[in-house]
Design a binder for this molecule. Sequence first.
Ligand SMILES: C[S@@+](CC[C@H](N)C(=O)[O-])C[C@H]1O[C@@H](n2cnc3c(N)ncnc32)[C@H](O)[C@@H]1O
Length: 244
Amino acid sequence: MDDTPVALDSYEAMAERYAEAVRTKPYNAHLERPALRALLPEVRGFRILDAGCGAGINLPWLLEQGAREVVGVDVSPRMLALARQEAPSPQVALHVADLGRPLDFLVDASFDGVFSSLVVHYIRDQAALFAEFARLLRPGGFFVFSTHHPYADHQWHGGSYFETRLVTDEWRMAGEPMTVSYYRRPLSAVTGALAGAGFVIDRLTEALPTPEFQRLDPEGYARQMEKPSFLCVRATCCESEPPH
Ligand SMILES: C[S@@+](CC[C@H](N)C(=O)[O-])C[C@H]1O[C@@H](n2cnc3c(N)ncnc32)[C@H](O)[C@@H]1O
């Protein structure tokens, strides 16, 4: 099987455009980001992994919340080059790495939390990814992430809701078309992968648009109030061995 990361070429091609758009695009700035950030627990003094940190929009924010150190990982060198400019702090370390493979350069139980915004759907073997996060977290550490809502992916792509499969979307990014591939899967596949890795879900939310979204894009706001686009989860790691 070809194990090239499915989204690498897309993010390499659109890195600058993505980095600019993600700051202000209502779907990010006034829908996904506030919903995900609302799930972050107290992080004062913590060491946090930003898994798939992209161009780094959450890196300075995590430091502002009091994190002692943030380690950003992303498969796209161009996205990480932008993250370096976004967060030039000595408290931020950045690594080019594929989350579809073991993160051998990171030590067991060396993180208090894993944060990941809109990344886990690019990974075929989510069970292995979540097990790797469990390895990196201390007992009681948190995993906060967002992903496409399985309902939205199913509405868009059809087929069997219960199938996990690679799909491709066409996005408009700063006015230009861009194709991006990712894995769509049912909700039970996500929660099952979490449970299998020993995580317990504390909160699961479906992002709702903010009043600012309504002001900027009233029609998009009405759609988001009817149909969810993003799922956000906070889970706690692994006080005991995962169930067999
Ligand atoms: C939608 S962007 C989100 C970036 C950032 N978390 C944010 O909130 O702006 C998805 C990111 O996942 C990264 N990514 C995709 N597949 C990956 C993989 N296999 N390993 C590591 N990063 C990956 C992409 O390069 C991209 O930066």
